[in-house]
Design a protein around this ligand. Structure first.
Ligand code: G16
Ligand code: MG
Length: 214
């Protein structure tokens, strides 16, 4: 039986991808190049340092570790300016209702995010207390598609991977869940999220009962 649900943050609970994109774009522009929305798709679910490496490669730049640390910090500052304006109104459609069903069914929940800002975002949207465990970028050594973030989530909840369902919007995140031996609901486009067990456009389209018969 399914005992626990593990949720990605960006793209599942809130849409911070647009803020990441705006902040990275500001950084790229300051270096003299631009990044497209299409390119930004590759950055979803990927850690801050890996994202920076992909962007610098896109701009044809090779920089020192010190310069890279400086740029990453600057981007994060711009990103946090945008995050600081978030409110509970930024919770994605269907999330609050779905969590109500999860709570009524007494299932365990964990957050599985690569973001080092995850707690701050949950605080802004008033959902910090909705998770029994929070695994974020400060607790993991390897980003998605490595399964570490979800395996740690299941372990902290005291459940087996096979008893867990992951909710993910990113290709890298779905791969992470699959490598961890978990079932996955993809949030987004079925043509993109081909490895998910089920794909919905948002949590508003799904009832908990449909997940429990997985
Ligand atoms: C999120 C985003 C990624 C971002 C990563 C790290 O992951 O999808 O684009 O690069 O967090 O974020 P930060 O710079 O805040 O540490 P997730 O796992 O929540 O989708
Ligand atoms: Mg995501």
């Amino acid at each position: 039986p399914i005992k626990a649900l593990l949720f990605d943050l960006d793209g599942v609970i809130v849409d911070t991808a647009i803020f990441h994109y705006q902040a990275w774009r500001r950084m790229a522009n300051s270096l003299g190049f631009d990044i497209s929305e299409e390119f930004n798709e590759q950055l979803k679910g990927i850690s801050r340092t890996e994202s920076l490496d992909l962007i610098l490669a896109q701009g044809g730049l090779t920089l020192s570790d010190e310069q890279k640390a400086d740029l990453a910090a600057r981007k994060n500052g711009w990103y946090l300016e945008l995050v600081s304006q978030m409110t509970p109104a930024d919770i994605l459609p269907g999330v609050t209702d779905f969590f109500g069903q999860v709570k009524a069914a007494r299932l365990k929940t964990a957050l599985g995010s690569v973001s080092k800002n995850a707690r701050l975002i949950l605080e802004r949207i008033g959902m910090l207390d909705d998770f029994d465990a929070i695994i974020d970028g400060t607790k993991i050594a390897r980003g998605k598609p490595d399964p570490e973030v979800f395996l740690k989530g299941a372990a902290e909840l005291g459940v087996q991977p096979a008893e867990s369902v992951v909710f993910e919007d990113a290709v890298a995140g779905i791969e992470a869940a699959k490598r961890g031996g978990m079932r996955v609901v993809g949030i987004g486009d079925p043509a993109v999220l081909t490895k998910a067990d089920r794909v919905v456009a948002s949590l508003a389209e799904l009832s908990l009962d449909e997940v429990l018969i997985f």
